[in-house]
Design a protein around this ligand. Structure first.
Ligand SMILES: Nc1ncnc2c1ncn2[C@@H]1O[C@H](COP(=O)(O)OP(=O)(O)OP(=O)(O)O)[C@@H](O)[C@H]1O
Length: 201
């Protein structure tokens, strides 16, 4: 089982009750704005503490309220690509990528499929939206994650840029074979990427 989740959380007026058992491939979370999709990703990554439930990924328990297990984010081995790329503005692309692999060599072979080798000396502010997104995905992969969380990785991109990112996600799903949990609002993206589609809210 790639993802075995049961999550309960009160956030202001919103109550999130979410359960998922999903195997290999890409699981797409699809649902209206405000349903709690980003909060679900944050609970898996360890950035938001559930009120109750558990988070198990590929057999490892990352959180279990009853057993009082709550691994800190840095021990969860999540590659998290946020809704905005969140690159460090004061670091060139090369050093943003290195941040994903502290102490390690920049393994460009592992991320060659992202087509960002020519951007290494650039500053984040000079990147297009699609380039920044690809660098953010590269940074997440260089941390040697056990799984990938993608929060609307195609939002605010034009059609050509979306196609590049979609192809990259398909490569990660089919060739790198990392379990993926991806949030989207878009039904055609959900159909294309999702090994399975789960509605939230
Ligand atoms: N700290 C908080 N306090 C109160 N309410 C919150 C808090 N964080 C999130 N919420 C509310 O919880 C709900 C779920 O938010 P979340 O961002 O997870 O939704 P989402 O499905 O990812 O939405 P979107 O698709 O718009 O990004 C929203 O109604 C939001 O306003």
């Amino acid at each position: 089982m790639a993802f075995d989740l049961r999550l309960t959380k009160h956030l202001g007026e919103t109550r999130i009750d979410f359960a998922l058992e999903a195997g290999a491939g890409a699981t797409v979370l699809f649902g209206p704005s405000g349903a709690g999709k980003t909060s679900v990703l944050n609970m898996i990554a360890g950035l938001l503490r559930p009120d109750a439930g558990h988070v198990r990924v590929s057999g490892d328990t990352l959180f279990d309220a009853d057993a009082r297990i709550d691994l800190p984010p840095e021990r969860r081995r999540a590659g998290y690509v946020f809704q905005e790329p969140r690159l460090f503005p004061h670091l060139r692309v090369r050093d943003n990528l290195r941040y994903g692999a502290p102490g390690g060599l920049l393994d460009m072979a592992a991320i060659g499929f992202l087509g960002i080798a020519h951007l290494l000396d650039r500053w984040p502010r000079t990147l297009s939206g699609g380039e920044a997104r690809r660098v953010a995905i590269g940074r997440a992969l260089l941390g040697a994650p056990a799984f990938l969380l993608l929060d609307e990785p195609l939002s605010s991109l034009d059609r050509a840029r979306r196609e590049e990112i979609l192809a990259a996600i398909e490569h990660i799903r089919d060739t790198v074979r990392l379990p993926i949990l991806m949030v989207t609002h878009d039904a055609s993206e959900a159909e294309r990427i999702g090994t399975r589609i789960v509605t939230v809210g």
